[in-house]
Design a protein around this ligand. Structure first.
Ligand code: ADP
Ligand code: MG
Length: 648
C-alpha cells in the first residue's frame, strides 16, 4: 500500500487515524506490526484485510487495486484469501466448535459435507478432535483461540491476519499459539501479526513499528536466530493469494444459499428457545384466530345454507293474485297440467290449505291442513317417520286418509300412542292416520314449524273439506338451483298464454338466498379481518424481536462478515429467521386453530374447518415473516463490518 490515509468522521469533523502508510508485504512473509495502543494497528489491519477501505491512497493486492472494491467483492475476497484471528477469539457462542470452523466455508459455497470433513480434520490436527461438539463457553481460552485459528484456515487462509492473538492468553498458551503461527508461516502462509508486545514482535522475521498512524521503522528482526530455523521438509511453496474474479460471483440467491440460511436460522432460533417461542406466540395466536374465525364463518354459512335448502332453494311457488290488484284469478289443475311437462322440473305439487280443527277423542288441536298431490312428501323434503304417505290411488278415490306432521301428531296423540290406523275427526269427518312425517334435516322432535301440519290427498280435500277446485298454491321443484330462473320464465309465459293475463305470482328463494349469502360473506370477511389484526400484531412482535436480535448480535454479524459473508448473506439469514419463526408459528397456529374449530360451538353452529383458511393463514404467516423480517434483515446487512466487529 502507498500513502494510505484513513479518516473517520467524528461529529461534524473528521479525525485522521492513518497519515499516509506505505508498505509492501511479500507472499509468504511473516510480518509483525507493533505499536502502542491507539496507534492505528487495528485500523491498518482492517484495511489490509479488506474489512475497510482507505480514505485516500493506493492499496494493491497481488497486483490488483483493491482500494475501491464494492462491499460484496470485498466480502468475497475476505472469505477466500484471509483468515482473521482476534484477541478475543470472536467465536459464535451459539455454535459448536466444528460449526464455528465451518463458517467461512459456507460463504464461499463449499458443500456441507466437504465443509464438515475439512473442519473436523482441522480440529483433529490441533488436538481438539474430542471437543468438536462443544460450544465456545465450554472451552478454555487457549482452546477457543485454537478453534479460531482453525476457522482462519478453513478456506485456505492464504493471508493470516492476527490482531493481538495472544493478548488474552497466559504465557504458556501464548507461546503455544505463537508456535502454531510459526508453523503456518513455514507452511507457506503469509502472516501479519499485530501486537504491542515487543517480545512477541521480535519472533517475526520482519517488524514494522507504527506510532500515531505513521510507520516509524520497518526492519528485519535481529532475534531471528533464537527461533528454530525452518527445516527443509516443513517448508512449502507460499500460498499465492488470487483474488476471485468478479464473473465468478453468484448473482442469484441459489437454493443452496437458501438452505444454508435456513440451517443457520434454525440454529439461531434453537439457541434461544424460550424467546423464539414467545416471538412465535404472537403468530400462533394470529394464525389460530384466523383459522378459527374463518371456520366459524364457514360453519355458520353452511348451517344457514342447510336451513335454506330445507326451505327449498330449488322450489318455485305459484300463487293466485295479480301483483297490482288483490282480487285475483284462480289456479286450478288445468294450470298444473299446462306446466308439468316443462323440462328441468322434478315435481309439480298443487295444494290447498286452511286452518282446521283436528280432533282425537277428547283432544282438539288446530293446525294447517294441506290437501296436496301424493308427490308432496318428496317435493317438500318430508321424511316419513311412521307408516307411509298416501298414494295416487288414495287420491283417485278421495280416500279419507291423513298424514300428520310430527308436531300435530304429538299434540294429538302424545308420544306413547301409535297413531297409525287411528281415526281423527277433521271438519267433523273421520280420517284415518296413515303416516307421520317430519322435515328432512330438521330437528325431528316436533319443534319445526313445517311439522305443524296435517296432509290429506288433494282430491279428498277438494271434495270433503274445501269444496272447491281452487288451488292455494302450486309448488314446482326444479332439478337444480341454477335452472330456477329459466323455469320461472317458462312457467310465466305458459301460464300467460293459457290465462291471457298475469293474475298469478311466482315466488322463488333466489333473492333471499343471495341476500343471505351476501350477509354471510360480509360476516366472514369481518371475522377474518378482525383475526388478521392479531396476525399483524404478531408480525410486529416478530419485527421487534428481530430488531433487538440484530442489535444483540451485531458482533456476530461482524464476525460473519470477516469470514466472508456478503451483506445479502446476512440479510438472507435474518430474513430466514423471521420467516422460519412465522412458518413454525403458522404451523402451530393452524394446529391450535384446528383444535379450537373442533371444540368450539357458537350457538348451534359448529365451525367447519376447510383447507382454504388453513392455506390462507399459512400464506399470511409466511408473508408476515417476509414483511416484518425485511426491515431488521436489511438493517443487519447494512452494518459496516468494522463497526459491527468492534461493537460490544
Ligand atoms: P490500535 O489497534 O492500534 O489500538 P486502532 O486502530 O483501533 O488502534 O485505533 C486508532 C485510533 O483510531 C484510535 O484513537 C481510535 O479511537 C480511532 N478509531 C478507530 N476506529 C474508529 C472509528 N470507527 N471512528 C472514530 N475513531 C476511530
Ligand atoms: Mg487494536
Amino acid at each position: 500500500m502507498e500513502g494510505v490515509i484513513k479518516r473517520y468522521p467524528v461529529g461534524d469533523s473528521e479525525i485522521e487515524v492513518l497519515h499516509g502508510v506505505s508498505l509492501r508485504i511479500e507472499v509468504g512473509e511473516f510480518v509483525a506490526i507493533i505499536g502502542p495502543s491507539g496507534s492505528g494497528k487495528t485500523t491498518l489491519m482492517n484495511i489490509l484485510g479488506l474489512m475497510d477501505s482507505p480514505t485516500e491512497g493506493r492499496f494493491e493486492l497481488n497486483g490488483r487495486d483493491v482500494s475501491r472494491l464494492k462491499p460484496d467483492e470485498r466480502a468475497e475476497a475476505r472469505g477466500r484469501l484471509f483468515g482473521f484471528i482476534f484477541q478475543r477469539y470472536n467465536l459464535l457462542t451459539t455454535q459448536t466448535a466444528v460449526e464455528n470452523v465451518e463458517l467461512p466455508g459456507s460463504y464461499i459455497g463449499m458443500p456441507a459435507a466437504k465443509r464438515r470433513e475439512r473442519a473436523l480434520a482441522l480440529l483433529q490436527e490441533i488436538g481438539l478432535g474430542h471437543r468438536v461438539e462443544n460450544r465456545p463457553t465450554q472451552l478454555s481460552g487457549g482452546e477457543q483461540q485454537r478453534v479460531a485459528v482453525s476457522r482462519a484456515l478453513m478456506n485456505g487462509g492464504g493471508i493470516i491476519l492476527a490482531d493481538e492473538p495472544t493478548g488474552a492468553l497466559d504465557t504458556v498458551r501464548g507461546s503455544e499459539l505463537m508456535a502454531r503461527i510459526h508453523g503456518l508461516h513455514r507452511a507457506g502462509h503469509t502472516v501479519i501479526l499485530i501486537t504491542h508486545d515487543p517480545g512477541i514482535a521480535a519472533e517475526a522475521p520482519r517488524v514494522i513499528r507504527i506510532v500515531d498512524g505513521k510507520i516509524i521503522s520497518d526492519e528485519p528482526s535481529d532475534q531471528r536466530k533464537v527461533l528454530p530455523s525452518p527445516t527443509g521438509g516443513e517448508s512449502e511453496t507460499p500460498v499465492q493469494p488470487v483474488l476471485p474474479t468478479p464473473e465468478k460471483r453468484r448473482r442469484l440467491i441459489l437454493l443452496a444459499d437458501l438452505m444454508e440460511a435456513l440451517r443457520m436460522a434454525n440454529h439461531a432460533l434453537r439457541a434461544n428457545l424460550f424467546r423464539t417461542f414467545l416471538t412465535m406466540l404472537g403468530v400462533i395466536i394470529g394464525v389460530a384466530s384466523v383459522v378459527t374465525m374463518l371456520s366459524i364463518g364457514e360453519g355458520s354459512q353452511q348451517s344457514m345454507m342447510r336451513s335454506m335448502s330445507r326451505m327449498g332453494t330449488n322450489i318455485l311457488r305459484i300463487e293466485p293474485g295479480a301483483k297490482t290488484s288483490l282480487s285475483g284469478g284462480n289456479l286450478t289443475l288445468q294450470d298444473v297440467a299446462a306446466i308439468s311437462d316443462l323440462s328441468h322440473i322434478l315435481h309439480v305439487v298443487p295444494r290447498v290449505w286452511s286452518m282446521q280443527m283436528l280432533r282425537y277423542r277428547d283432544k282438539t288441536y288446530s293446525c294447517s291442513v294441506v290437501a296436496a298431490s301424493p308427490n308432496y312428501s318428496e317435493a317438500e323434503n318430508r321424511l316419513i317417520v311412521r307408516g307411509g304417505f298416501f298414494t295416487e290411488n288414495d287420491n283417485a278415490r278421495c280416500a279419507p286418509v291423513v298424514v300428520l306432521g310430527m308436531k300435530a301428531c304429538l299434540e294429538l296423540f302424545g308420544s306413547s300412542v301409535d297413531p297409525i290406523g287411528k281415526y281423527i275427526l277433521l271438519n267433523n269427518a273421520p280420517f284415518m292416520v296413515v303416516g307421520v312425517v317430519t322435515v328432512r334435516g330438521g330437528s325431528g322432535d316436533g319443534r319445526d314449524r313445517e311439522d305443524d301440519v296435517a296432509i290429506i290427498p288433494l282430491a279428498t280435500g277438494e271434495a270433503r273439506i274445501f269444496r272447491s277446485n281452487r288451488l292455494s298454491q302450486i309448488g314446482v321443484q326444479v332439478d337444480e338451483y341454477k335452472n330456477v330462473d329459466l323455469v320461472q320464465d317458462e312457467i310465466r309465459s305458459r301460464l300467460n298464454r293459457l290465462r291471457q293475463q298475469e293474475d298469478f305470482r311466482i315466488f322463488n328463494q333466489a333473492a333471499m338466498i343471495e341476500a343471505t349469502k351476501h350477509a354471510q360473506d360480509t360476516f366472514r370477511f369481518l371475522l377474518g379481518a378482525v383475526a388478521s389484526v392479531s396476525l399483524v400484531v404478531g408480525g410486529i412482535g416478530v419485527m421487534n424481536i428481530m430488531l433487538v436480535n440484530v442489535v444483540e448480535r451485531t458482533r456476530e454479524i461482524g464476525v460473519r462478515m470477516a469470514c466472508g459473508a456478503r451483506s445479502r448473506d446476512i440479510q438472507l439469514q435474518f430474513l430466514a429467521e423471521a420467516v422460519l419463526v412465522c412458518l413454525l408459528g403458522g404451523l402451530l397456529g393452524v394446529a391450535l386453530g384446528a383444535i379450537l374449530s373442533c371444540v368450539i360451538v357458537v350457538g348451534d353452529t359448529k365451525p367447519v374447518l376447510t383447507l382454504g383458511p388453513i392455506l390462507l393463514s399459512f400464506a399470511a404467516a409466511f408473508i408476515t415473516g417476509v414483511l416484518f423480517g425485511f426491515l431488521p434483515a436489511r438493517k443487519a446487512s447494512k452494518l459496516d463490518p468494522v463497526v459491527a466487529l468492534s461493537s460490544e
